[in-house]
Design a protein around this ligand. Structure first.
Ligand SMILES: Cc1cc2nc3c(=O)[nH]c(=O)nc-3n(C[C@H](O)[C@H](O)[C@H](O)COP(=O)(O)OP(=O)(O)OC[C@H]3O[C@@H](n4cnc5c(N)ncnc54)[C@H](O)[C@@H]3O)c2cc1C
Length: 432
């Protein structure tokens, strides 16, 4: 029995990516009594940090409460932008023009850095510079995109192409949008294959990577930390928190600064090549100008639509939110009414109060998190930087070291304000 009549007989409530890259089965390893560097979280942040410290000869242990890579790093949309949420004007108001240029410039550099890393390590992960089509959800937003392309900030210029509505069939077969902007630099990959390739590099570097080992409590000691886990106690000189949207009570300081927000995805069953080519002829990655954004793309084999959005706030069962997500998909692509859904899944992305990612050290604990839904390249890059910082290497320095990682009074990690915030942004999307 499928949960909804629009689901295919082989429907699964798991990431589509896991069909091709099942969760890694790693031989069980005992937890050592002691390690130099203990990293909590085995996503891109944790693994990139581990790669640096292990290659530098530090005894490194990564633990994850679930299967390795179970968090966002094997379940995301596979769209890579290297963009941070706040724009230049907002950042210049907050920090001054020089800092605004440095923050945006470094995030964009992270995209090039990741491309070079994947190429140098020959990671087989369907990485492709596809370009993005940023679609305007109304004529006013289209005019804003035109202005953005025509008046680029000196020092931040990139290759942007305006596509008028009458011409947009070359990008997307949808009447829903009012033209858009092609951003050539943006890329796509298969996130679970990328995670798998990275995991193999980390294992080859002799770091220990242990799944189903939850950190339960952290105590400070003169020579470092004593961490209680579900597999026993481990002492470590350095501790790194790489838990992003899954940050819990073990690290309350970080938890008070991360807002977990659900992001939901579906995959359709395979389409005919003709339909797939008509739907998205240039096979780019897509998102739109709404604050409550949707994002979509073709699967790397070109046959399926992978469609994501923030259709719920707290729902952790993606099967329940699937009808709402499918309705969003049909608003854009009504011609897919008869196409069945083969997969749905969700995960918690980690937002910060200032919409910037953060890395640093607090009470001796290193952390990198708060990628606000753009973590493929930012988590990879920040994981690498925090590893370098821990080794005391100046290359680990970042423009993001400075902005204060903020919290709000009474916030303890449960975002009670989200439902009202979403309603406010939905209203803005209608008015803007
Ligand atoms: C549906 C969805 C779509 C997305 N789409 C995109 C996209 O297209 N492009 C993009 O750039 N980003 C996207 N993202 C965001 C991106 O995937 C994340 O920002 C990134 O993967 C974060 O990596 P991470 O290593 O910091 O955290 P994660 O990969 O989430 O890993 C955190 C890990 O910490 C573990 N953990 C938590 N607490 C403990 C504990 N106490 N003990 C042990 N382990 C613990 C968890 O089990 C988890 O595996 C998406 C996210 C989702 C959910």
């Amino acid at each position: 029995m499928t949960p909804h009549d629009f689901c295919s007989p082989d429907f699964r409530s798991e990431p589509y990516w896991w069909d091709l890259t099942p969760r890694p089965i790693v031989p069980s390893q005992p937890l050592p009594d002691r390690t130099d560097v203990l990293i909590i979280g085995s996503g891109y942040t944790g693994l990139h940090c581990a790669l640096q410290t292990a290659l530098a000869g530090r005894d490194t242990t990564v633990i994850d409460a679930e299967d390795l890579g179970w968090g966002c790093s094997s379940r995301n949309g596979g769209q890579i932008s290297g963009e941070i949420k706040p724009g230049y004007a907002a950042l210049a108001r907050r920090y001054g023009e020089g800092k605004a240029l440095a923050l945006i410039g470094e995030a964009r550099h992270a995209l090039d850095w990741l491309g070079a890393f994947i190429e140098q390590q020959a990671l087989d992960c369907d990485y492709r510079q596809s370009g993005r089509f940023l679609a305007a959800h109304n004529p006013r937003q289209f005019r804003k995109l035109v202005a953005q392309a025509e008046q680029q900030i000196p020092g931040l210029e990139q290759n942007l192409q305006i596509v008028e509505k009458h011409d947009q069939a070359k990008e997307i077969d949808s009447e829903y949008y009012h033209g858009g902007l092609v951003i050539e630099r943006h890329c796509g990959l298969d996130p679970a294959k990328y995670h798998q390739g990275l995991l193999q590099l980390v294992q080859a570097s002799e770091a220990r990577v242990i799944g189903h080992c939850a950190a339960l409590g952290v105590e400070r000691e003169p020579a470092g930390f004593r961490v209680a886990t579900s597999l026993g106690t481990i002492r470590t000189r350095n501790l790194v928190v790489a838990t992003n949207g899954y940050t819990g009570g073990v690290t309350p300081w970080q938890r008070r600064r991360i807002i977990p927000i659900g992001s939901y995805m579906l995959a359709t069953e395979p389409m005919s090549p003709e339909l797939a080519d008509r739907l998205m002829p240039a096979s780019r990655v897509f998102s739109d100008t709404r604050k409550i954004v949707v994002y979509f793309r073709r699967s790397p084999d070109g046959r399926r639509l992978l469609f994501g959005g923030r259709v719920s706030v707290f729902e952790s069962d993606p099967v329940r939110s699937l009808p709402a997500l499918r309705r969003e998909m049909l608003r854009i692509f009504p011609q897919l009414e008869d196409l069945r859904i083969s997969h749905t899944w969700m995960g918690f992305v980690g937002y910060s109060f200032d919409n910037l990612p953060h890395l640093g050290e607090q009470d001796g604990i290193h952390y990198a998190m708060g990628y606000c839904g753009s973590g493929i390249c930012l988590a990879s890059y920040f994981g690498n930087r925090i590893g370098l910082q821990l080794l005391g290497k100046p290359e680990g320095n970042s423009a993001f070291d400075e902005p204060r990682f903020q919290t709000r009074p009474l916030y303890r990690g449960k975002p009670w304000f989200l439902a009202s915030a979403v309603r406010y942004y939905q209203l803005l999307d209608r008015l803007r």
